[in-house]
Every structure is written in structure tokens, then in C-alpha cells.
Design a protein around this ligand. Sequence first.
Ligand code: PTJ
Length: 226
Amino acid sequence: MKQGIVHETGLIAHGRGEAYDYLLGETTIPLADAAEKIAAASLLCAKNPVISVNGNVAALAADECVSLAKSIPAKLEVNLFHRTPVRVRKIAALFRKKDVTTLYGIHPDARIPGLDSDRALCEKRGIYTADVVLIPLEDGDRCQALQKMGKTVIAVDLNPLSRTAQTATITIVDNVTRAVPRIEYWIHLFKKKNRSDLEELIRTWDNPRNLRNVLCFISKRLNSLS
Ligand code: PTJ
């Protein structure tokens, strides 16, 4: 935050996330891994997959996102809620240091319909035309707006009750630091599989059921600890 990468409200978001992570036991629960597996299948089957990075994601999991993007391959796009030219420049510099030559979202030329202010800004060749978007730590309005554009939206959100978690196509209730490497693990395994097998796997996904099971997992865990 002091380096200007994370917005000050990002610290509050981070604290909220930590609270939920304690409820999960600070581990990737099998229900999260199931979602990470489907996320990997969707990213591999996509025509234009994009990984959206904001300040928190850049601070917590930049290396992991770069590695995941290479493995798919997918585009990386800076997509800030509290967008200022200075923050965009700082986040772009951070990714440049990690040898990312093409980072989308620095010169936006499109808007996500239905959103006001600069949080609607995106790039035509990136998020605007993406068919599958991975959005770690996203706000609810943007998640819904991306859904309305007809995209497959993969959210990583430790809060299973957030609007983002409730409206995404695939919700991964896990810490971004664990979720991104785990998606990459599945990417490497799935590269040997047929596309039709992956598509069949994606068809079986029931996001509301998985979210209900996550809530059951948390309440059972709290019961067993009390
Ligand atoms: O960098 P910017 O300007 O784009 O701003 C980013 C924030 C995160 C401030 C902005 O997108 C925001 O306010 O997000 P929300 O609406 O607070 O949503 C963030 C969600 O991520 C919350 O539901 C948190 O529980 C969750 N979260 C926080 N830390 C983590 C997390 N999920 C996964 N891993 C985490 N480490």
C-alpha cells in the first residue's frame, strides 16, 4: 500500500478475506479444488482467456498470475476499481520487472457496459472481447456486468456470500495465493486431455450447489470447533 500498488480500501478487503480464510482453516478445501479444476478446463477451452489483475492481486500473487498466464496461455489485464494513472503505471512497472511484455488495460479503448466511472475501462483485445475471464478479488457490480456481456466469469473470493461469489459462473472460495497455483496445476494435467472431455467436465459444473456445500463445510467446521 505504501508503494502505491494496493489501494487503501484494499487493506480492508484483505482483512475481510483473512477473516473468511480462518473459517476455511487457511487451506484449499476439496470444494475449492473442484472449482479450480473446472476453472482450468474453462481457461484451456477458451478462445480469448484473460486474467484480470488489480492492486491486491498484483501485491499478493503477481508471480503466480504470470506463470498461470504463460501456462494457458492467457492475457493479463490491469483492471482497477480505484483507477488512477499513477497506480496503473506502478502496477505495469511491477509486471514489466517480471518480464511481462504485453500487459493489457494500460491504454483502455472500451468500456464494460452498465458500469459508471473509470472502473468500466478495459481493452478491446483484452477483457472486452474475452470469452473467459478470471477475476480474483472482484467487486460485485463488475462481476455482474461481465456476466451480462455473456462471458464465463471465474471468481476467486474467500467470501462465499459476496455478490461476486454468488453471481460468478465458477466461484473459487480460496485464497488467491493458493488458488492461482492450483489452477495452474490442473492446467498442466489437462493439457494431455481431449477438448471434448474438458467440455464434458465443464457441463457438469453446478456453481450454486458448490457454494451451498462451502457454507455447509464452514458451519460443520465451526460446530466441530465449538
Ligand atoms: O486495486 P483496486 O483499485 O482494483 O481495488 C481492489 C479492491 C479489492 C479494493 C476492490 O476490488 C474491492 O473493494 O473489492 P471488494 O468488493 O472488497 O471485494 C474483494 C473480495 O475479495 C472480498 O469478498 C474479500 O473477502 C475477498 N478477498 C480478500 N482477500 C482475498 C480475497 N479473496 C481471495 N484471496 C484473498 N487473499
